[in-house]
Ligand binder design. Structure first.
Ligand code: C2E
Ligand code: MG
Ligand code: MG
Length: 734
């Protein structure tokens, strides 16, 4: 009956998984995005590097040509005769160019191949073109010669020089620029053997260094084949790649990404984990709050012991059932359930056992009832059931019978096995015809009838029951009036000594002479007095009356019945002793008769009252002994003086041998415990003889005397056959 909590747990489990998947997806997307951006940035940087290096390489040729021109212009001593070959070239021109402009090799030579000056790496060289340069220089020289022989524009040639990247004989790569050295060679009409200037700049590591430094790109080198995207082609004049400039692109963004990726991911995961943990904690907290709220609202509408609905929910369910049923044809059933003698269970086996029993009763009822029914515990041992959709009275009775049946099997509790009976009252009505309160009242009236009719049954409400109830209410008022107006009186049934046949005392029995109804039996009105609380006043009235009479007529002792309801009231012993004191009646001439059930209660209040009375000298007798559950231990614990064997045992004493044995056992037990034993309801002489033979100490019954009015008792006591015995001593067997 505790509200379920598994669904939210399952939900939060799903949410956790979804959050985890979403978080992972987010992290992955971030990583991919950052990696893509890094690649894009690096690609853009690479393209810029390519274009810068390509531009730089392209400008190399122009630079070398410019440097050659600068050097040629400086050679103002170069003279070339139109009429013959005369040349004067300053000494060390080749060496100066090589040193000044870092050209690896410089040649000043004639087209026919005769070398005028040669310099290699800034030093004077012997007068020949290096074999490795020879073919490349020759080819470019031929091109220059061809340019010189080509038609001029406006009598002048803008540039007769030729240059380009070349693979040299020794396999090295170089930029070679060849140009005519003398000014006249470019003029129109020139022919002959022109003086040429050739510069060879090797594209080696040294040549690449300035580029590396300029662009901050380390490791720029030339390679034969392009194996990387970071390359720029060096083409010959026909556009064919001769070689490539290659470098390792720094890829700063990728590097940065690699450096920050792991810590970044870890940070994101950490932060994500923290957020997730926080959310999980918040969720858990809100769930536990929700669950405690659900639990609290469950408890506010349910009985904590059985889990059944409480009165609030019960009334709500009843109202709802009546409201919704007005739309349908069927009726609403209300059952009032009450456990018979539950108090005795509590008193005998303790409250823990009582609680366990109530829990089990609730469980069994719930198992039997359909879902649309509401089971409620309205208090103590009271349960109620509301069930809509009932088609007939028979249908309702069938449901009640099933519930009775379900509770009839013994209950296995931790204290032992226990059987109980249950009383039920039920009312079935079409909803349009009745209010919730009236339906509940009718079920209660029917329950009362079940109890009255002997318990362990279910009773359907009938209108005539209301008349009974009204009648009872009227009687209650009448009884209160009777007590005040002296309509009650006492009859006294003498109690005889079994051995001598003499009157030893009498039992006071209350009578009610109703002005309209006539004589009413105490079996009826004592119960009514107990239910309504009148018994407290009534009981003390009887005691006072009986003791007064006993004193007046000199009766050895008087027995007065004391109800269990009275015994449970605080101050009873003091009230009784006060009455005895007021009328001057000795306490040891009073005997109070209590029932076995009182002993079973184990109530400290009862114990206290009985011990106070006994201490004052009042004797205690167990009335109707054998009809209840008292055991020897109870008799011993309570210090009883007398047992009165229930008349049910005496009635068939001579017809049933087993009863004879039982009664004998009771008498023997009483004797063994030092108790007086009275047999009630002795109606014939055979019973009297048998009981006397078995050792019974006192006899009471119609055979010896019916209950008598005081006058008759006085007469009887005066008759010669009835001699009052001496006052018996407590616990004596005489
Ligand atoms: P009880 O205390 O066991 O009283 C004995 C009952 O047995 C009396 O019934 C008596 O008339 C009846 N009786 C005695 N001898 C015979 C017999 O030989 N045959 C049969 N059939 N009956 C016999 P009564 O007066 O109707 O009282 C019934 C019960 O009402 C009493 O049973 C007692 O428990 C209760 N009662 C009567 N007066 C009072 C009272 O003042 N206070 C209380 N608390 N209970 C009372
Ligand atoms: Mg009695
Ligand atoms: Mg009795």
């Amino acid at each position: 009956m505790i509200p379920p909590t598994t669904a939210p747990h399952r939900l939060s489990f799903h949410i956790a998984w979804i959050s985890l998947a979403f978080g992972s997806f987010l992290v992955l997307a971030l990583v991919l995005c950052a990696s893509w951006m890094a690649r894009e940035i690096d690609t853009a940087a690479l393209n810029e590097q390519k274009s810068a290096i390509a531009t730089n390489v392209a400008s190399m040729g122009q630079r070398i040509q410019l440097e050659q021109s600068t050097a040629a212009d400086r050679t103002d001593g170069v003279f070339y005769s139109m009429h013959g070959r005369f040349a004067w070239v300053p000494n060390g021109l080749a060496q100066w160019i090589s040193q000044q402009f870092n050209h690896d090799r410089v040649y000043v030579y004639y087209l026919d191949g005769s070398v005028l000056q040669a310099s290699s790496h800034g030093r004077q060289a012997n007068g020949a073109i290096l074999s490795s340069d020879r073919q490349a220089v020759a080819l470019l020289s031929t091109q220059v010669a061809y340019n010189l022989s080509a038609p001029t524009v406006g009598g002048q040639r803008l540039s007769a020089g030729s240059f380009g990247f070349r693979r040299l004989e020794d396999g090295s790569l170089a930029f070679i620029s060849v140009r005519p050295l003398d000014a006249f060679a470019s003029t129109a009409g020139f022919s002959g053997n022109p003086l040429l200037l050739a510069s060879v700049v090797l594209l080696n590591e040294q040549a690449m260094n300035p580029i590396s430094q300029r662009f901050g790109i380390p490791g720029i080198r030339t390679v034969g084949a392009s194996l990387s995207s970071a390359t720029v082609a060096l083409n010959d004049e026909l556009g064919r790649p001769l070689a490539y400039i290659q470098w390792s692109p720094p890829a700063p963004a990728a590097k940065l990404f690699q450096q920050v990726a792991l810590p970044g991911i870890m940070s994101i995961v950490l932060v994500g984990g923290c957020i997730f943990g926080l959310l999980a904690w918040l969720r858990r907290t809100s769930l536990s709050l929700e669950s405690s709220q659900t639990h609290a609202s469950f408890l506010s509408l349910h009985d904590a012991l059985t889990g059944a609905a409480n009165r609030i929910l019960f009334e709500q369910s009843l109202r709802e059932a009546l409201h919704y049923q007005t739309l349908a044809e069927s009726k609403v059933l209300l059952i009032s359930v009450d456990l018979d003698r539950f108090k005795e269970v509590n008193d005998t086996f303790g409250h823990a056992a009582g609680d366990e029993l109530l829990r089990e009763v609730g469980r069994r009822l719930l198992v039997e009832l359909p879902e649309e029914a509401t089971l409620a515990r309205l208090g103590g041992d009271e349960f109620a059931v509301v069930q809509p959709g009932i088609v007939s009275d028979g249908h309702a009775r069938w449901i009640c019978q099933r519930l009775l049946q379900a509770l009839s099997d013994p209950f296995v509790l931790s204290t032992g096995i226990m059987s109980i009976t249950v009383s039920m009252g039920f009312a079935v009505e079409p909803p349009s015809a009745i209010s919730p309160e009236e339906l509940a009242r009718r079920a209660d009236v029917a329950l009362y009838h079940s109890k009255k009719a002997g318990r362990n049954r279910c009773t359907l409400y009938e209108p005539v029951m209301d008349a009974d109830r009204k009648d009872r209410l009227t009687l209650e008022v009448d009884l209160r009036n009777a007590l005040m107006q002296d309509e009650l009186h006492l009859a006294y049934q003498p109690i005889f000594s079994a051995s001598g046949g003499t009157i030893v005392g009498a039992e006071a029995l209350c009578r009610w002479q109703h002005p309209v109804r006539g004589l009413i039996s105490p079996e009826f009105f004592i119960g009514l007095a107990e239910e309504t609380g009148i018994i407290d006043e009534l009981g003390l009235w009887v005691l006072r009356r009986a003791c007064v009479l006993a004193k007046e007529i000199g009766l050895p002792w008087i027995a007065v019945n004391v109800s269990p309801v009275q015994l449970n009231r605080a101050g009873l012993a003091e009230q009784i002793l006060k009455i005895l004191h007021e009328i001057g009646f000795e306490a040891d001439r009073l005997e109070i008769e209590i029932t076995e059930g009182v002993l079973l209660q184990c109530s400290t209040q009862v114990q206290d009252t009985l011990s106070k009375l006994r201490a004052a000298g009042v004797r205690i007798a167990i009335d109707d002994f054998g009809a209840g559950y008292a055991s020897i231990s109870y008799l011993r614990n309570y210090k009883i003086d007398k047992i009165k064997i229930d008349r049910a045992f005496i009635k068939s004493l001579n017809d049933d041998p087993s009863l004879m044995l039982i009664v004998r056992a009771m008498i023997d037990m009483g004797k063994a415990m030092g108790l007086s034993v009275t047999a009630e309801g002795v109606e014939d002489d055979a019973q009297r003889r048998a009981l006397t033979a078995m050792g019974c100490t006192h006899l009471q019954g119609f055979l010896l005397s019916r209950p008598l009015l005081p006058d008759r008792l006085v007469q009887l006591l005066a008759e010669p056959g009835y001699v009052p015995s001496d006052r018996i001593v407590a616990n004596s067997l005489s």
